[in-house]
Design a protein around this ligand. Sequence first.
Ligand SMILES: NC(=O)c1ccc[n+]([C@@H]2O[C@H](COP(=O)([O-])OP(=O)(O)OC[C@H]3O[C@@H](n4cnc5c(N)ncnc54)[C@H](OP(=O)(O)O)[C@@H]3O)[C@@H](O)[C@H]2O)c1
Length: 157
Amino acid sequence: MTAESGPLAVITGANRGLGLGLTRQLTARGYAVVAGCRSPENADELRRAGPIAVVGVDTADADPIMSSRLGSMTVNFGHDLGYNTSKAALNVATVVLAKELGERGVVCVTVHPGWVRTDMGGPAAPLSVDESTGPLAELACASAHVRVDQLTCEFFV
Ligand SMILES: NC(=O)c1ccc[n+]([C@@H]2O[C@H](COP(=O)([O-])OP(=O)(O)OC[C@H]3O[C@@H](n4cnc5c(N)ncnc54)[C@H](OP(=O)(O)O)[C@@H]3O)[C@@H](O)[C@H]2O)c1
């Protein structure tokens, strides 16, 4: 797999839940995907998702690139201090990275996927994985064509 073969996406937590859904969505849109998961030897479903390269990634050793509405300073859903704090930190990391990497033309965005029926979201969540990751994939495709100098930094709640 080479970057010359088309747009390239790197997805962590790609073996299940939203990561697996996003892998399927982006491969269907022609992306080559480098799919990170903690146990590549057990990622059979992921390997069936399309033309992907499966690599071992533990984000305890690297920065995750996902967010949640629970990181908002103004919306107070739930009371999981550790989870909410980690998502708020991720929002700050995105702002800092957007400023640092913007000069090199790299677009950094953080999105809330909605409340989704995954192992984490549980069966009561209103959104399916496809309903969440379809728009996420569209956003990822659109972001690849955004001019950095046109970006504003806003929080939506
Ligand atoms: N579902 C929702 O409603 C919802 C709402 C808002 C935000 N989010 C965010 O969306 C992201 C994905 O959530 P999900 O619903 O897809 O969760 P999930 O179904 O529980 O899947 C979690 C994924 O993260 C991987 N993972 C966990 N710790 C990791 C680590 N240290 N290094 C690498 N991978 C790790 C898991 O891998 P293993 O299989 O190896 O454990 C799994 O692939 C999370 O950041 C979550 O906070 C979800």
